[in-house]
Write a protein that binds this ligand. Structure first.
Ligand SMILES: [Zn+2]
Length: 307
C-alpha cells in the first residue's frame, strides 16, 4: 500500500513502483487516498463556483484554482488539485450546473502534487483524457517527479495517470466552440504548460484568457539553477517569462490564486458578477516581472554561495 503522505527522498526516486487497484466495494478508494495530509488543508477549503467570463468558471478551492471551460460540446478542466479534494471538486462542478460525465479533457499545468495528484481520480470519474507536455506526461505516468525537478526531494508521489495525451508547444486543442493553445512554460518544472484561449460571453464581449503555469523558482535547497549544468534550464525559464509577459492577457488565472490577486478579484466578482473583476490587461506583464525579479535574485544568491 502506498503512503502518499511521505515526501519522496532523492534516493527513492526512480526506484518506486506503484500498483494502483480499482476501488473495491466498501473498501478504500486508492485514487482518493490523501496526499500530503499535513499541508493539504490549505488547498481543500471550499469555494462556491465563480463565473469568471462567458463559459469560464473557477470550480476549485479558496487557495487552489481549478478552471472549468464550457465549450458547448463538453467541458474542459485545467488541473485537478489533490485526491482528497476530488469529491468536493466534483460537487462544486455539479453546483455550477455542469455534469462530470460531460468533462472531456483535463489540461495539466504542472505535474506537482498540489495541482496534479487528483488527476487520476478525476479522469477515472469523468472518463476524460488528461493533456500535458511530454515531460509532464512522463511524470504523471510515473506518479512522481524525477531528478530534473528543482523541488525533487520535497515532492509527494501520487496515483499515476493512465489516459494521457501529449501536446506540444503551440498546439491548438479544439472542443466545441473553444480553441485552447498550449504554451510550453518550462522553469518551475520542466514540463509546465500554460493554456490560452478566447472567451466570448452572451454580449459577444470577447477577451483573451490566460491560465499561467506557476513561475516561482523554489527549489528543495539542493538543486541550483545557477549550476553550469543547468544553463539551458535557465535559458528556458527566461524564455517562459518573456512569453508570458508578451501574451494578449485580458484575464489571468493562476493555479495559486495568491499569485494573481485572486481573492480580491473573486470577492469583487461574486459581489457584482457583471463587473468584470478579473479583467486587467496588464496582469501577465506584472506576473512575469515579479517572478523574473525573484528568479534573477535567486540566481545571484546561488552564484554567491558555494555549491
Ligand atoms: Zn509547483
Amino acid at each position: 500500500m502506498k503512503n502518499w503522505g511521505i515526501p519522496i527522498g532523492a534516493a527513492l526516486i526512480g526506484m518506486m513502483s506503484v500498483v494502483m487497484a480499482t476501488p473495491t466495494a466498501g473498501g478504500e478508494d486508492p485514487l482518493l487516498r490523501p496526499v500530503a495530509p499535513d499541508l493539504a488543508p490549505l488547498w481543500l477549503e471550499r469555494q462556491t463556483p465563480v463565473r469568471v467570463h462567458g463559459g469560464t468558471w473557477l470550480v476549485g478551492f479558496t487557495h487552489l484554482n481549478i478552471v472549468l471551460i464550457d465549450s458547448g460540446a463538453g467541458l474542459i478542466l485545467i488541473d485537478a488539485g489533490l485526491p482528497q479534494g476530488v469529491p468536493l471538486l466534483e460537487k462544486t462542478i455539479e453546483e455550477a450546473g455542469f455534469h462530470m460525465r460531460d468533462v472531456k479533457l483535463i489540461l495539466s499545468s504542472e505535474p506537482h502534487y498540489d495541482h496534479a495528484s487528483g488527476l487520476a481520480a478525476l479522469a477515472r470519474d469523468s472518463g476524460a483524457t488528461v493533456l500535458a507536455s511530454a515531460s509532464a506526461a512522463a511524470v504523471l505516468r510515473a506518479g512522481h517527479s524525477g531528478m530534473e525537478d528543482p523541488q525533487r526531494t520535497t515532492l509527494f508521489a501520487y496515483p499515476p495517470v493512465k489516459r494521457l495525451r501529449v501536446v506540444r508547444d503551440g498546439e491548438i486543442i479544439k472542443l466545441g466552440n473553444v480553441r485552447i493553445t498550449a504554451r510550453a512554460s518550462p522553469g518551475h518544472t520542466p514540463g509546465s504548460m500554460s493554456w490560452t484561449w478566447t472567451s466570448c460571453d452572451a454580449r459577444q464581449d470577447c477577451v483573451s484568457m490566460v491560465f499561467a503555469a506557476s513561475l516561482n523558482s523554489l527549489t528543495d535547497g539542493q538543486y541550483r539553477y545557477a549550476d553550469p549544468a543547468h544553463r539551458a534550464v535557465v535559458q528556458r525559464f527566461r524564455r517562459t517569462l518573456a512569453m508570458i509577459r508578451a501574451l494578449p492577457c485580458d484575464i489571468l488565472i493562476t493555479g495559486h490564486p495568491e499569485h494573481s490577486d485572486g481573492a480580491a478579484k473573486r470577492d469583487r466578482q461574486v459581489a457584482a458578477p457583471d463587473n468584470d473583476a478579473y479583467r486587467n490587461p496588464g496582469t501577465c506583464r506584472m506576473l512575469a516581472d515579479r517572478y523574473e525579479a525573484a528568479f534573477e535574485a535567486r540566481l545571484a544568491q546561488e552564484a554567491g554561495k558555494a555549491p
